[in-house]
Design a binder for this molecule. Structure first.
Ligand SMILES: [Zn+2]
Length: 180
């Protein structure tokens, strides 16, 4: 499946929040998370593990009683994740509990997923440097649900950004990886 490039709203580009940057690949612009923080201002970016050429988002996670680190693709709509362990996914609807690796502060909030067919009510929350804007990632393992709430921007713009999904329905991140 071809990489699906989606237009980023001009209103957003003009008022890009700290922590989000635009990078060009193959002549197109993509949104990339550059800096996200934990609830106490902890840095969650990993310079040691790059995905698609950019620092990844490093989180501590528990899944079905196992614990380890995941490194999440910083490309908006990218779903690539690297695990420091092999998750046991016996439960088809496994949910992760994410936390700041160093302090173990919880990154979980009650927020229902926006994806049709996903009934997960918990999300991982990542805070942008302004301390007010937030990125939400569905806690359900394998669900592509993600959203952004940007302080001082109309909710409609945040919703448009949230709906950007570079894989499209049925897309495969392996296909996408091949593009880089
Ligand atoms: Zn979901």
């Amino acid at each position: 499946m071809e990489l699906q490039h989606r237009e980023i709203p001009v209103e957003f580009l003009q008022r890009l929040p700290d922590g989000i940057k635009i990078v060009k690949r193959h002549g197109k612009e993509f949104m990339v998370v550059e800096q996200v923080l934990g609830p106490g201002g902890e840095n969650l970016m990993s310079d040691a593990v790059h995905i698609h050429g950019e620092p990844s988002i490093r989180l501590g996670v528990r899944i079905n009683g196992q614990e380890g680190l995941i490194f999440v693709d910083a490309f908006w709509g990218g779903h690539a994740k690297l695990y420091s362990f092999v998750p046991d996914l016996a439960g088809a609807a496994a949910e992760v509990d994410a936390f700041v690796p160093e302090t173990r502060a919880s990154l979980m909030v009650n927020r229902a997923c926006d994806v049709d067919g996903c009934d997960c009510t918990r999300s991982i929350v990542l805070t942008l440097p302004d301390g007010k804007s937030r990125v939400y990632v569905c806690a359900r393992f394998g669900c592509p649900g993600h959203a952004i709430e940007i302080a001082d921007l109309p909710p409609t713009v945040s919703q448009t950004i949230s709906s950007i999904n570079f894989f499209g329905v049925g897309g495969s991140e392996d296909d996408w990886l091949d593009q880089f």
